[in-house]
Design a protein. Structure first.
Length: 128
């Protein structure tokens, strides 16, 4: 009789534990920030199509004083722009992501993160 009660108690707690675990997993997902006039799908397809979308949108909404991605975190940036073409880890836990802006790889978007994983600086670099 005692073992039956203990089994029921274990099943009860396992149901709640499983529900809590699923809630934590689904609440930890990041969503890409909404930027007016910017399409993540077009961004990802632009290198395959060799068009100027990445360069145009980088200058328009991603860099400079009107940058709409400053202070978002690393996961949100990856949801927005996809996996970077290159990344580097520097001192003091600073990280850089690089996204090629054209199919010739002559220009790239450089995104610097602070030690907390937030975007601190966005620039365009000429690679050749």
């Amino acid at each position: 009789m005692v073992t039956i009660c203990l089994t029921k108690v274990r099943l009860h707690y396992m149901k709640h534990f499983t529900s809590l675990l699923l809630l934590l997993v689904f609440s930890s997902c990041y969503k890409a920030p909404k930027i007016e006039g910017f399409s993540g799908n077009t961004w990802n397809e632009s290198l395959e199509n060799c068009d100027d979308y990445r360069i145009a949108k980088s200058k328009e909404v991603l860099i400079g004083g009107n940058s709409q991605i400053l202070t978002i975190n690393q996961n949100e940036l990856q949801e927005l722009l996809g996996t970077p073409d290159q990344h580097q880890l520097f001192n003091r836990n600073q990280k850089f992501f690089f996204y090629n802006l054209d199919c010739d790889s002559t220009a790239r978007l450089s995104v610097r993160f602070d030690a907390l994983g937030r975007v601190k600086e966005v620039t365009i670099e000429q690679t050749q």
